[in-house]
Ligand binder design. Structure first.
Ligand SMILES: [Zn+2]
Length: 441
């Protein structure tokens, strides 16, 4: 379109002008920042001076194809939430082969222990086993050059492959940590898994747990330090049900649900703290000419602030109760029965935040600097929610490489750059767990 073309041309002109001005300003600036000051010496972190650390860091490169193979093997074992046993068995076998003592807790978490000299202090390195894909999904991984295509290949094939690789690298380097390290492949992170695996881990080790590092998905661009609080609720309205013509005027659960929903979606939510809601799934009724006896709705609510979340949940309950009331009051024939309302909490993920001066944050920053990586702090809903909500230091990070399309059938992963992610995770772990001195072993 000509108009658009003209607009673009003008924009181009403006842009060229802007670039020119930027250059003028840059060239006229004194070169103070880059030349006058001595270049900043990146001091190697203490932990990297241990020869064993170097051995462990050097383990990844020559084992790249082995790490890919582990990732493919694990991703090809179906593991919907609540059906992780088979994949858990495979991870347990791999961690056992890395020389660790393994066991499975009663809900199915795999726990492999590397005992530290200080057994009273525990660091967890975890990766979730489960995927969002229901049983029967084709999870075969297809290679396309460097690229690995397959549902769950990155989330959390990458995290699991890294968990095993880091355990193997540490064993190859014969590292004895100061704090006990638990390598955990946990169940129930996704959806209705509701973080049950991490809840059980934190519950079991709470007295001694100092830090949790969660490996989730790919990349090295972020550190999740803030836990996004969320709740999932199901609204169910039931009534007597009847014929669309002969029973007209009777209470209708779908009407009540719609009345309540309209009230709820008009609820004001703040942009800061960011607070959101989603009416995600609706069901009910049997046919177009029947007054339904049931209507159901699933709602997801999230907030950066726990109080806002509580307020929004209360609003949902009130609106639905009002919807039921409206429907009952406007029904022409009240003799044919009443409506019943139930609101059930399907899941709740608590919020929390890592303190800015936390040692684990300093550790990941040190690791970033050492490997030459830049990352931003992020708020998200991960396994780290559980320790963070209890005031226990925790972060979630990607395990390197490039993953795209998480939670979709088109998910893929490219391992180039994975080594940096593995080194970053290993160094962060070693920074917080420590390495025992020869004489204290
Ligand atoms: Zn994940």
């Amino acid at each position: 379109m000509p108009e658009i073309g003209r607009e673009l041309k003008q924009r181009d002109k403006k842009r060229t002008m802007k670039h020119f001005l930027v250059w003028v300003i840059l060239l006229s600036m004194p070169l103070r920042s880059s030349l006058a000051q001595p270049p900043r010496q990146a001091t190697a972190p203490e932990i990297t001076k241990h020869p064993q650390t170097q051995t462990a860091l050097d383990w990844f490169k020559p084992h790249e194809s082995l790490i890919n193979d582990v990732q493919i093997k694990l991703a090809e074992i179906p593991a919907p939430s609540y059906q992780e046993e088979q994949r858990a068995a495979a991870v347990e076998q791999l961690l056992g082969a890395a020389g660790l003592t393994t066991h499975r807790d009663k809900i199915g978490n795999v726990i492999a222990e590397l005992r530290g000299v200080n057994e009273k202090e525990v660091v967890i390195l975890s990766a979730h086993l489960d995927t969002v894909f229901p049983a029967g999904t084709d999870v075969k991984v297809h290679r396309e050059g460097e690229r690995l295509n397959g549902p769950g290949i990155s989330d959390n094939g990458t995290g699991l492959a890294a968990l095993v690789a880091i355990a193997r690298a540490m064993q190859a380097a014969k590292i004895k940590p100061r704090r006990t390290i638990l390598f955990a492949a946990n169940v129930g992170e996704e959806g209705e898994g509701n973080l049950r695996g991490m809840r059980a881990l934190v519950d079991a080790y709470r007295a001694n747990l100092k830090v949790a590092i969660v490996l989730d998905g790919s990349g090295t661009d972020h550190v999740t330090t803030k836990a996004l609080a969320s709740r999932r609720l199901e609204v169910a309205i039931t009534g007597p049900g009847g014929h669309s013509w002969s029973d007209f005027g009777m209470v209708n659960p779908i009407n009540a649900l719609v009345r309540g929903s309209v009230r709820f979606i008009n609820t004001k939510v703040p942009t800061s703290p960011r607070t959101t809601f989603n009416l995600g799934q609706v069901e009910g009724g049997t046919s177009v000419n029947s007054i339904p006896h049931e209507a159901k709705l699933k709602v997801d609510i999230r907030s950066e602030n726990e109080e806002e979340l509580t307020r929004l949940e209360a609003a949902l309950r009130e609106c639905m109760a009002a919807g039921v009331r409206d429907e009952q009051e406007s029904s022409r024939d009240r003799s044919k029965g009443r409506l019943e309302l139930k609101v059930e909490l399907l899941g709740s993920r608590p919020g929390g935040e890592l303190a800015s001066g936390s040692p684990v944050l300093a550790a990941v920053r040190t690791a970033d600097e050492f490997v030459g990586n830049h990352s931003r702090l992020e708020r998200s809903s991960t396994d780290a929610n559980i320790p963070l909500s209890l005031g226990i230091d925790a972060i979630a990070i990607g395990a390197g490489g490039n993953g795209v399309g998480a939670h979709s059938l088109q998910e893929w992963y490219e391992p180039s750059g994975r080594e940096m992610g593995l080194k970053r995770a290993l160094l962060t772990l070693l920074e917080v767990a420590g390495i025992a001195d020869e004489k204290t072993r």
